[in-house]
Write a protein that binds this ligand. Structure first.
Ligand code: MGD
Ligand code: MGD
Ligand code: SF4
Ligand code: MO
Length: 768
C-alpha cells in the first residue's frame, strides 16, 4: 500500500514539546520502523528490502556510512536505515499529470516533506527557458540538450558537476572520468560541506584523511571519546558497537553541548533484554562543552599529558613511537606551555576539574579511539581542532595498534568511496597521472571549484551549467537565498535524482530531472543483473545488489545515465568504451583496479563475501605518507569565538526523522519534539538572561561581517539543557543564516555549527 500524496504541506500547528529522553533505541524505535516500512512499501517489498539490507549478498543501507559487523544477524539494520529504504523503495510514482499541474513557482513554496512524499521520479522531464513547467522528454532528447549546452560553453570550466555521497564507486569513477575528459576539475561534492575539514587535517598530520581503525577495534579499546556526534540518530548501529565495547571493558566519554539520548544510555533492540531492560549506560563522563570549544579542550588535554610526563618522566609519553615516527614534539610542548587555563575555560565553558578528569581517564587508558562528525568539522577552526585531536593521539602512540586511533565517522553511505574514486576538485597528481595513462588523455590541470566556490561562480556568471549526481545542493549549501539566486542564473541545471526536492524547484533557465534507480532496485543491464560497490567509514569495500523490481522501465541506472551523457557530450566515436561500461560494470571495475591505489584485482576482491579492507599505511604499519615520512605534531593557534553580549552561538543539526534535506516526519523523538521543526533550543539560564520563556516565539537574526540581515522567522523557543551561550536549530532550515563566505579555514566548509545570532521576540504565528 503506497502512501497518499499530501495535499498540503505540514505545519507546526500541532507541535508538542516534551522532556528530552535519556535513553536511545529499544522497543519504541524497532516498532516505529516496521509499520512505516509496511505502509510505504507494502509487505512484499518491505521483506525483500529489510531482510537483505546490509547482508553479504544484499544491498548496502543507503543511509549512513556506518560499517557492517564481521558477523551479520538476520536483521542487520536500524530504525533510520528502515526509514531510508522505505523512503527510497516507495512504489508510488510521480504521475505524468503532476508536471502540468504544478508550476515550479508552486514547487518552490512546498516543504521538503511534501516534495519527498510525491513518490519516485519515473521519467525524464525538461523545463525549457521561460517556462514554469517541466514536461516529459525522451532520454535521447534530454542528453541532446545537455550536450548542446555543455559544448556551447567557451571553456569546460564554465560547468560544474556536483556529487552527493550516495553514488556508488562505479558511477563515481565514470562520472569523474567523463568530467575530466570533458575538460574540467569542477567536481564539488557533499563532502565539501561535511568531512572536508577532517580530510585536510588528517592528511597534514598523518598523510591519510580516513579513519585509522577496524570495526573490531571498538571492542579492543580501553577508552572511546565521542566528539561532536549524535550516533543515536545519525549512526544508530554504532550504539551496538559501543555497547559491545563497554561490555568488553571500555569506557566512553561524550563531548557535546547537548545531552544526546544515544550517548547517555542504549537499549539494544537486537537483544531481548535490551527491549525491556534498563539498557547499557554509555558515557562514563559527559562534557557539555560550549560550541566550538573543542580545540581549546584538546590543547588543555595535551598540556595535562605533558604535565603528567613532567611529574613522572619517561612514563606518560610514548617515547619510542614519538622518536621513531613523529616530528614536531619539542615545538608543540613549548607552544602549549603558554596556553592559559582561563582561555580554555572561557572557550569550553567547562571547569578545570572536568578537564582534569578527562585527562586522568585519557592517561589511564592504553588504547584510545577518538570519533567525531559534524560537531567538529563545521566550525571556523575545524581543521586546527582536528589536528589537535591528532596531536593528543600521537603523544601516547594511539594509532596503528589494536583498539586505538582516530575515527572520523562519515555521513553519506558512500561519500568516502566517491573520494577514493576521484570525486574531488583537487585530486592528487598521482591519481591524475594514472587516470591519464589508463585512458590515454591529458587530464585537466589545476584545482576545480568546491561546493561553495561553485555557488559563487554561478552567482557571478563564471559557471553556466550545473550537473548534479544526486543530492539537493541548493538546500544543503549555506546561504539559501544566495544559492537560489546563483543557480537561477545558470543556463541549465541537471539533477539526477530518485525523488523530488528543492533543487528541482530552484533551477537554471532550463532544467532537467533525470530519474535514476536507487540502491534497493534490481539493476539489469545487457550482461545481466549488476551489482555496485561501496566503501564504509572504516575503509571496508564491498558489493551491493538491489532486491526489488524497479517500479518503472523508464528509470535508468546512474551508470547508464552517466555513460549515455558522456557519449552524447563527447561524441559517439569517443574512445573510452562508454557503452560497454553500462552493459557490464565489471568493465568499469577493471579500470578502477588499474587507476585507484589499493584496488588491484578489484573484481575478484569485491566478490569475496564481505569484500575487503583498503590499505591504510598509518593504521597497518605506522607508516606515514607525509612529505617528511613522519606523523606531524602540529602547532595551532587558539582562537575563541567572540560572543557579544545578548547573543548566542547557534548550531544547525539533524532531527531524528530526517536524512539531511529529506524529512521523513516532523518528529525528533529523543529531544522530545513532535509534529514540528520550527524550533530553537536554548538553555534555561540564557532564556532568563535574554528575557525569553519556553513556548514564546522568536525571529533568529544572524550577525555576520557583511552586515546582511539573514533571518529565520517564527521559531518556537524550547528551554533545553544545552551548554550555556549556545543554541540549536534544525538543518537545512538553518542554512538561511549562514553567509556563503563563512567557512572553515583550510577546508572551506560552511560553518553550520557556529553562527552568531540574536533572538528577537515575535508574536506566536497564526496557523489558519
Ligand atoms: N538518520 C540520519 N542519519 C544520518 C544523517 C541524517 O541526516 N539522518 N546524515 C548523514 C550525514 S551526511 C552526516 S555528515 C552524519 C552527521 O552526523 P552528526 O555529526 O551526528 O550530525 P548532526 O545532527 O549535525 O550532529 C552534530 C552533533 O554534534 C554536536 N555538536 C555541534 N557542535 C559541536 C561542537 O562545537 N563541539 C562538540 N563537541 N559537539 C558539537 C551536536 O550537539 C550534535 O550532537 O550523519 C549521517 N547519518
Ligand atoms: N546548516 C547545515 N547545512 C548542512 C549540514 C549541516 O549540518 N548544517 N550538513 C552538511 C552535510 S554533512 C551534507 S553531507 C550535505 C548534504 O547534501 P546533499 O548530499 O546534497 O543532500 P541530501 O539531502 O543528502 O540529498 C538528498 C537527495 O538526493 C537524492 N537521492 C537520494 N538517493 C539517491 C540515489 O541513490 N541516487 C541519486 N542520484 N540521487 C539520490 C534525492 O533526490 C534526495 O532528495 O549537507 C550539508 N549542509
Ligand atoms: S547504522 Fe546507518 S548504515 Fe547501519 S542500518 Fe542504520 S542507517 Fe543504515
Ligand atoms: Mo554529511
Amino acid at each position: 500500500m503506497a502512501s497518499k500524496p499530501l495535499k498540503d504541506d505540514p505545519t507546526d500547528k500541532d507541535l508538542v514539546v516534551g522532556p528530552p529522553l535519556r535513553s536511545a533505541v529499544g522497543l519504541p524505535s524497532l516498532l516505529a520502523s516496521i509499520p512505516l516500512a509496511l505502509s510505504e512499501m507494502g509487505p512484499g517489498r518491505a521483506a525483500a528490502t529489510l531482510l537483505h539490507m546490509n547482508q553479504k549478498d544484499g544491498f548496502d543501507c543507503m543511509s549512513c556510512a556506518w560499517p557492517d559487523p564481521p558477523h551479520r544477524k538476520t536483521a542487520e539494520f536500524c530504525e533510520n536505515g528502515a526509514k531510508a529504504v522505505s523512503w527510497e523503495a516507495d512504489p508510488l510514482k510521480v504521475p505524468q499529470s503532476f508536471w502540468a499541474q504544478h508550476p515550479v513557482s508552486e514547487l518552490r513554496e512546498r516543504s521538503e516533506y511534501w516534495l519527498g512524499q510525491q513518490g519516485r521520479l519515473v521519467e525524464p522531464v525538461y523545463k525549457p527557458a521561460g517556462s514554469e513547467h517541466y514536461r516529459p522528454i525522451s532520454w535521447d532528447n534530454a542528453f541532446g540538450i545537455i550536450a548542446r549546452e555543455l559544448n556551447a560553453l567557451e571553456s569546460p570550466n564554465e560547468a560544474t558537476f556536483y556529487t552527493s555521497g550516495r553514488a556508488s564507486n562505479e558511477v563515481a569513477f565514470i562520472y569523474q572520468l567523463f568530467v575530466r575528459a570533458f575538460g574540467t576539475n569542477n567536481l564539488p561534492d557533499c563532502s565539501n560541506m561535511c568531512h572536508e575539514s577532517t580530510g585536510v587535517a588528517m592528511t597534514q598530520s598523518i598523510g591519510v584523511g580516513k579513519s585509522a581503525i577496524h570495526y573490531e577495534d571498538f571492542a579492543k579499546s580501553d577508552l572511546i571519546i565521542i566528539m561532536g556526534q549524535n550516533p543515536g540518530t545519525n549512526h544508530p548501529r554504532m550504539l551496538t558497537a559501543l555497547e559491545e565495547a563497554k561490555r568488553a571493558g571500555s569506557s566512553i566519554i561524550a563531548i557535546n553541548p547537548l545531552p544526546e539520548a544515544g550517548l547517555i544510555n542504549f537499549k539494544n533492540p537486537q537483544r531481548p533484554r535490551g527491549l525491556i531492560g534498563k539498557g547499557t549506560d554509555l558515557a562514563d563522563q559527559y562534557l557539555q562543552i560550549r560550541l566550538a570549544g573543542d580545540m581549546a579542550l584538546m590543547q588543555a588535554l595535551a598540556k595535562r599529558v605533558f604535565e603528567a610526563e613532567d611529574a613522572a618522566p619517561g612514563s606518560v609519553l610514548d617515547h619510542r613511537f614519538l622518536e621513531g615516527h613523529c616530528i614536531g614534539l619539542a615545538e608543540y610542548r613549548q607552544h602549549l606551555s603558554t596556553l592559559r587555563e582561563a582561555d580554555v575555560l572561557a572557550a569550553t565553558g567547562l571547569d578545570s576539574a572536568q578537564i582534569d578528569e578527562l585527562a586522568q581517564r585519557y592517561l589511564l587508558a592504553e588504547n584510545v579511539i577518538i570519533t567525531w562528525a559534524m560537531g567538529l568539522t563545521q566550525h571556523k577552526k575545524a581543521v586546527d581542532t582536528i589536528k589537535e585531536i591528532m596531536n593528543v593521539l600521537l603523544l601516547r602512540g594511539n594509532i596503528g595498534k589494536p583498539g586505538a586511533g582516530p575515527c572520523p565517522i562519515r555521513g553519506h553511505s558512500n561519500v568516502q568511496g566517491d573520494r577514493t574514486m576521484g570525486i574531488w576538485e583537487q585530486m592528487p597528481q598521482g591519481f591524475m597521472d594514472k587516470l591519464g595513462a589508463e585512458f590515454d588523455f591529458d587530464t585537466p590541470a589545476g584545482h576545480g571549484y568546491d561546493a561553495v566556490q561553485s555557488i559563487q561562480a554561478m552567482a557571478d556568471g563564471r559557471v553556466k551549467v550545473l550537473v548534479a549526481l544526486g543530492g539537493n545542493l541548493v538546500h544543503a549549501v549555506s546561504d539559501t537565498a544566495a544559492a537560489q539566486e546563483a543557480i537561477g542564473k545558470t543556463r541549465l541545471s541537471v539533477q539526477i535524482s530518485t525523488k523530488l526536492n528543492r533543487s528541482h524547484a530552484h533551477t537554471g533557465e532550463q532544467a532537467l530531472i533525470l530519474p535514476t534507480l536507487g540502491r534497493s532496485d534490481i539493476d539489469e543491464q545487457a550482461a545481466g543483473v549488476q551489482f555496485v560497490t561501496v566503501e564504509d567509514t572504516v575503509c571496508a569495500v564491498h558489493a551491493s545488489q538491489g532486491r526489488v523490481a524497479p517500479i518503472s522501465a523508464k528509470m535508468l541506472s546512474e551508470v547508464a545515465i552517466v555513460s549515455r551523457m558522456a557519449r552524447a557530450v563527447l561524441g559517439p566515436g569517443h574512445p573510452f568504451g562508454w557503452e560497454g561500461f553500462a552493459d557490464n560494470y565489471d568493465t568499469i571495475r577493471e579500470h578502477i583496479a588499474a587507476v585507484v591505489d589499493g584496488c588491484e584485482n578489484y573484481n575478484s576482491r569485491v566478490r569475496e563475501p564481505g569484500g575487503f579492507v583498503l590499505a591504510h599505511p598509518p593504521r597497518d604499519s605506522r607508516t606515514f605518507p607525509t612529505p617528511s615520512g613522519k606523523a606531524v605534531i602540529t602547532i595551532n593557534h587558539l582562537e575563541t569565538l567572540a560572543l557579544p553580549a545578548g547573543r548566542l552561538i547557534l548550531q544547525s543539526l539533524r532531527s531524528h526523522d530526517q536524512f539531511n534535506t529529506t524529512t521523513y516526519s516532523l518528529n525528533d523523538r529523543y529531544r522530545g519534539v513532535r509534529k514540528g521543526r520550527n524550533v530553537v533550543f536554548v538553555s534555561p539560564s540564557d532564556l532568563s538572561a535574554l528575557g525569553l520563556t519556553d513556548g514564546s516565539y522568536v525571529d533568529v537574526h544572524s550577525e555576520s561581517e557583511d552586515k546582511v540581515d539573514r533571518v529565520l522567522r517564527g521559531l518556537r523557543v524550547i528551554s533545553y539543557p544545552t551548554a550555556q551561550g549556545c543554541g540549536a536549530t534544525y538543518f537545512p532550515e538553518g542554512n538561511v543564516l549562514v553567509p556563503l563566505s563563512a567557512t572553515a579555514e583550510g577546508s572551506n566548509t560552511p560553518v553550520s555549527k557556529s553562527i552568531i545570532v540574536r533572538l528577537e521576540p515575535v508574536p506566536a504565528p497564526f496557523f489558519g
